[in-house]
Design a binder for this molecule. Structure first.
Ligand code: SAH
Ligand code: DHB
Ligand code: MG
Length: 222
């Protein structure tokens, strides 16, 4: 089993189940052209987020970590009329690219890109009528994962879903002595979820065009 076959299978899945999509393809192209890192969710993962939003009939979605807006576009397209997505981005260059990509996708009225440190922006979001959320996707700086989970638990309705990206890290998550701040951040997230009475959670390992990683899925209020 090699990364080559993982990528080949992702290509097979995309060709079979994910028809070319002008706005999503343009978002990836424009993000690359603007020099953004190629770390958006894969197409198959983006569609999974979209399907999850539909499975729970999500109307309000919160994303932490926008990059070029690729995952936000996938999730926003799952929303019914009147649905809204708020996405938080620290880097003004990323936010600018995201806003352009979102406009190209015709979603500027649906997706609200907020610029700043997520931990600075979240208190205001909690105070707004847009909370509670049905779905929260955590995909920003990994050392802050526990803080983001705390906010997500506060801001998500019972029955709502929280997804956290990049929680396996090529298996490094098992290293209790890791000095990698990202690994430590993910391990603190697991420790917090293990104690959490207000949510039921699991994690799924993934391989594909982004290598070997995984995501946490949690449901709130169970
Ligand atoms: N969800 C995106 C990928 C996000 S990449 C997608 O799949 O398309 C992670 C993003 O989080 C980067 O754009 C990075 O600038 C942003 N980020 C890092 N630290 C942050 C912070 N403290 N607050 C908000 N965003 C942050
Ligand atoms: C990387 C991947 C991600 O999904 C992310 O959110 C941040 C970094 C990476 O592969 O480096
Ligand atoms: Mg990620």
């Amino acid at each position: 089993m090699t990364p080559e076959i993982w990528s080949a299978v992702d290509e097979y899945i995309e060709q079979a189940l994910l028809p070319a999509d002008a706005a999503l393809d343009a978002a990836l192209q424009a993000s690359a052209a603007a020099g953004l890192p190629a770390i958006a969710v894969s197409p198959a993962q983006g569609k999974l987020l979209h399907l999850m939003a539909r499975m729970i009939a999500a109307r309000r979605v919160l994303e932490i970590g926008t990059l070029g807006g690729y995952s936000a576009i996938w999730m926003a397209r799952a929303l019914p009329p009147g649905g809204r997505l708020v996405t938080l981005e620290l880097d003004p260059r990323h936010a600018a690219v995201a806003r352009r990509n979102i406009a190209t996708a015709g979603l500027s009225e649906i997706i609200d890109v907020r610029e700043g440190r997520a931990l600075d922006l979240l208190p205001a979001i909690a105070a707004e009528a847009r909370a509670p959320f049905d779905l929260v996707f955590i995909d920003a700086d990994k050392p802050s994962n526990v803080e983001y989970l705390d906010w997500a638990l506060r801001l998500t309705r019972p029955g709502g879903v929280i997804v956290v990206d990049n929680v396996v890290r090529r298996g490094a998550v098992t290293d209790a002595h890791s000095s990698d701040a990202n690994v430590c951040g993910v391990r603190r997230l697991f420790e917090r979820l293990a104690r959490e009475r207000g949510a039921a959670a699991t994690a799924i390992q993934t391989v594909g065009r982004k290598g070997y990683d995984g995501f946490v899925v949690a449901i709130v209020g169970v």
